[in-house]
Design a binder for this molecule. Structure first.
Ligand code: ADP
Ligand code: MG
Ligand code: MG
Length: 211
């Protein structure tokens, strides 16, 4: 499908589904190196996003409107570290997507803005075992894909593949940001829950576009 408001709404629905499907897995990951609430936090957040969007009197007409609802709802319902981080990511992404239909460059801009939001809020860089380790390679892969002339769908696939590899690559890392950093060296040997959920959300964006 074209990457318009229908895609954005489908992305949200698919996100809510994958978060529900992986809720326990994300809880388990966060139990290893955090406080075990990441899956529940996101599940609560995306459930609220879907009901907010379903309850709107005037349906959104642009991608940016949908992403703004995601941002504000996640900020007010998710809590913890991930709420403000994801909230800022979606808010920044919303601002660059005022268009009615996204081409490959606009997809790249959306992802770049999301990463900038996470970094602006959390001040992490790559290698610190956070969601930045999924977002950063995703952005780089999307940029490369767009530069070689790939379609928006292919750009989203490249981003998701890179985010999935990025999440796996957090396994041996020692956390130096967020709650997992309290464990120091003992944080190594576990996947970062936020990197794992970021990969799921980016895969959901691709799946929504592939329908
Ligand atoms: P909390 O740690 O407050 O319980 P969550 O469990 O919902 O919050 O989210 C934890 C995730 O947040 C981590 O796995 C990590 O990916 C992400 N995170 C934490 N701090 C930062 C940061 N400073 N920058 C980027 N991501 C971070
Ligand atoms: Mg947690
Ligand atoms: Mg918590």
């Amino acid at each position: 499908m074209t990457l318009d408001v229908t895609w954005a709404l489908q992305w949200v629905r698919r996100s809510a589904e994958v978060v529900a499907e992986h809720r326990v897995e994300l809880i388990e990951l966060d139990r290893q190196i955090g406080d075990g609430d990441h899956g529940e936090n996101l599940h609560r957040g995306f459930t609220a996003v879907v009901s907010r969007l379903d309850g709107l009197e005037t349906p959104p007409t642009e991608v940016g409107e949908v992403l703004k609802v995601v941002a504000t709802t996640l900020m007010s319902t998710v809590g913890g570290a991930a709420g403000p981080l994801y909230g800022t990511a979606y808010l920044r992404a919303a601002k660059v997507t005022g268009l009615t239909e996204l081409g490959s460059d606009a997809v790249v801009a959306l992802l770049e803005a999301g990463l900038e939001g996470v970094v602006a809020r959390g001040k992490a860089t790559t290698g610190e075992k956070t969601m930045v380790d999924a977002w950063s390679p995703a952005v780089a892969a999307a940029q490369e894909a767009a530069a070689r002339g790939d379609s928006p769908l292919e750009v989203l696939d490249a981003a998701a593949v890179a985010a999935e590899a990025g999440a796996v690559a957090t396994d041996p890392m020692v956390a130096t940001k967020g709650r997992a950093s309290y464990l120091g060296e003992r944080s190594a040997g576990h996947r970062d829950p936020g990197a794992a959920s970021s990969a799921l959300l980016l895969r959901a964006a691709h799946e929504a576009a592939a329908e």
